[in-house]
Design a protein around this ligand. Structure first.
Ligand code: ARG
Length: 501
C-alpha cells in the first residue's frame, strides 16, 4: 500500500488521515494515468484564463504554469508515488510543493474537481474516439480491398446457417463493410457531443468569479460549452453513448469473427485463417484452430458487459456529482482499449485470410440454391403466380433429393410432372430457359437491383464505398487538426505568461 500523505484538501474539515484501506479502495489514482496529460492541459487552460481575467495574481499564476510544465516533464510515475484520492489532488499538492502554498494555493480558484474531471474525461475520450475511428477506417479499407478481389467469386449465402442463395464472396464482405460504416458514423456523431466543455461549472453551480468559460473551451479545442452546470458535472451520457457505440461495433465485429470461425470449420472449408493468427492443438497434431477470431469474439462480450455495468452505475443516480461516477472511468478506458486491440487484430485476420474459391463454387453447385430463380423464371415466362411456381419447384426439389438428382440436372420433364399436379397442365417454357435459370452465374447477373450482387452493381457499391471512406478520413483528419491547433494556442499562451515571470 502507498503511504498516506497529509492532504491539502482534508486538513481543514477532516484533520484525521484517511484510513489506508479506505483510501486505496476509493482512490482513482491508478486509473487516472489515462487523464494525466489531459489534467495538465485543463489546469493550464484554467490558470491561464484566471490570469487573463485578473482573478489571481499574475506571478502566482505564471509560477503555477511553470510548475505544471515541470510536473509534466517528470511524468505520471513520479506524481503517483504517494497515496492520493485522485490525480487532481496529486497535481495540486505537487504544485504547492514546487512553488509553495503562497503561490500554488491559487490554483483551484473558481473550479472544482467535478468540472475538472468531467473536462479531462472528455479530452481523453476525444482522443480515443479518433484513434478508434482511424483503426476502424483501416479495417473498412481492408474489407473493401478484399471485396474487390472477390467481386466475382461465387459463394453460398446463408439464412438459418443453411445455404440460401448464391452470391459472390465480395457481396458477403461488403455486407460487413456496410454494417461497420454505420459504426463509424455513430462514433463520429458521439464525438460531437463529447466535444463540449463542462469547465467552469465548478462543483455544480459555476462560480462567483468572473471566469471566461469560452476562453478555456477554446484553449482546449472544444466546439462549444455545456450549458446547465448541474448537468455538465453530473451527466455521463457522453461516456455511455461512446461505450454503446463501442458495444454495437463489438457486436458487428463478433459476427464477422463468427463467420470466419464458421466458414473455416471443416463443414464449410470456405476460408482459412493465416497461420499467424491460428493455433494448433497440444495433442492433435493435425489441428489448425482459429484462436484469434475466437478470442476476439469473446473480447467483444467484455465490451458489452462494460456498457451494462456503466449503464447500471448511472441508473437512478441523483444529480449532480456522486463518487459512483468515478467507477465509470476505468470501464471507459478499458472498453476503448479493448476496441482498439480487437480492431487491429481483426484487420490483420481479414487482410491475410485465404479464400477457397473452388470450395465455395462446389458448395453452391451442390445446393439447390438457384431454385428461387427457377421459380421466378417459371412465374415470369409462363405468367403464373409466384406461389404456384414456388409450390411446383418445392415438389421438384423434394423429388430430386429423393432420387439423388443434382440441381443442374433438374429437367423440364420433372417440372412438368408437378405442374400437372398443381396447375393441371404442362408449362410453356423451353428446356434452355430452365437450364439457364439453374446456373449460379445467371442467378447473380440477374440481381442487378441496387444492393444486389450483380457485377456492375457491386462495382458501384465498391466505388461508393471508397468515396465514403475518403470523406470520413478527411473529417477525422480535420478533427485531429482542430485539436492540434488548440494545443498550439494553449502552449503559446502558457509560454507567454511563463516568459513574463
Ligand atoms: N476522481 C474523481 C472522479 O473520477 C474526481 C472527482 C472527485 N470529486 C469529488 N467531489 N470527490 O470522479
Amino acid at each position: 500500500m502507498k503511504k498516506v500523505r497529509k492532504s491539502v484538501l482534508r486538513r481543514g474539515r477532516l484533520p484525521a488521515k484517511m484510513d489506508k484501506r479506505a483510501l486505496e479502495y476509493t482512490s482513482s489514482l491508478a486509473v487516472d494515468e489515462e487523464i494525466f496529460e489531459a489534467d495538465l492541459k485543463v489546469t493550464k487552460a484554467h490558470v491561464a484564463m484566471l490570469i487573463n481575467q485578473k482573478i489571481i495574481p499574475f506571478e502566482a499564476g505564471a509560477k503555477i504554469l511553470s510548475a505544471l510544465t515541470k510536473i509534466q516533464a517528470q511524468g505520471y510515475e513520479e506524481l503517483a508515488k504517494d497515496g492520493f484520492e485522485d490525480i487532481h489532488e496529486a497535481i495540486e499538492s505537487k504544485v504547492i510543493e514546487v512553488v509553495g502554498e503562497h503561490q500554488g494555493g491559487w490554483i483551484h480558484t473558481g473550479r472544482s474537481r467535478n468540472d475538472e474531471v468531467a473536462t479531462c474525461l472528455r479530452i481523453r475520450l476525444r482522443e480515443y474516439l479518433i484513434e478508434v475511428s482511424e483503426n476502424l477506417i483501416n479495417l473498412l479499407q481492408t474489407i473493401l480491398e478484399r471485396a474487390k478481389g472477390e467481386k466475382d467469386t461465387l459463394a453460398p449465402a446463408f439464412t438459418h446457417t443453411q445455404i440460401a442463395q448464391p452470391t459472390t464472396f465480395g457481396h458477403i464482405l461488403l455486407a460487413h463493410f456496410n454494417a461497420l460504416t454505420r459504426d463509424l458514423s455513430r462514433l463520429l456523431e458521439v464525438y460531437n457531443r463529447v466535444n463540449c466543455s463542462p469547465l467552469g461549472c465548478g462543483a455544480l453551480t459555476t462560480t462567483g468569479y468572473n471566469i471566461d468559460r469560452r476562453l478555456t473551451a477554446d484553449l482546449l479545442g472544444f466546439k462549444d460549452i455545456l450549458d446547465n452546470s448541474i448537468d455538465a458535472v453530473g451527466s455521463r451520457d457522453f461516456i455511455l453513448e461512446a461505450m454503446a457505440a463501442y458495444a454495437i461495433l463489438a457486436v458487428d465485429i463478433s459476427r464477422l469473427c463468427e463467420e470466419i470461425i464458421l466458414f473455416s470449420s471443416d463443414g464449410y472449408r470456405m476460408v482459412e485463417l493465416a497461420d499467424e493468427y491460428s493455433s494448433t492443438s497440444s495433442i492433435m497434431p493435425q489441428k489448425k484452430n482459429p484462436d484469434s477470431a475466437e478470442v476476439a469474439r469473446a473480447r467483444c462480450a467484455h465490451t458489452v458487459g462494460m456498457l451494462t455495468a456503466s449503464l447500471t452505475i448511472c441508473k437512478a443516480l441523483p444529480f449532480s456529482y456522486n463518487r459512483d461516477l468515478q467507477e465509470l472511468n476505468k470501464l471507459l478506458w478499458q472498453s476503448s482499449k479493448t476496441t482498439l486491440d480487437t480492431l487491429k487484430i481483426v484487420e490483420r485476420m481479414i487482410a491475410t485470410l485465404k479464400v477457397d474459391r473452388a470450395r465455395m463454387k462446389e458448395l453452391v453447385e451442390q445446393s439447390y440454391s438457384t431454385t428461387t430463380e427457377l421459380a421466378d423464371t417459371i412465374a415470369r415466362e409462363c405468367g403464373i403466380p409466384f406461389r404456384a411456381a414456388h409450390t411446383i419447384v418445392g415438389m421438384v426439389v423434394r423429388k430430386a433429393l429423393e432420387k439423388g438428382v443434382e440441381p443442374s440436372k433438374i429437367s423440364l420433364e420433372m417440372i412438368n410432372t408437378f405442374s400437372k399436379k398443381v396447375l393441371g397442365r404442362v408449362l410453356n417454357i423451353s428446356e434452355e430457359a430452365i437450364r439457364n435459370s439453374l446456373n449460379p452465374s445467371t442467378f447473380i447477373s440477374r440481381r442487378r437491383v441496387e444492393g444486389g450482387p450483380a457485377p456492375q452493381t457491386l462495382d458501384k457499391a465498391l466505388s461508393d464505398g471508397w468515396l465514403w471512406l475518403k470523406e470520413k478520413l478527411t473529417s477525422i483528419r480535420e478533427m485531429r487538426a482542430e485539436l492540434e491547433r488548440a494545443d498550439k494556442r494553449l502552449v503559446r499562451i502558457v509560454g507567454k505568461y511563463i516568459s513574463q515571470l
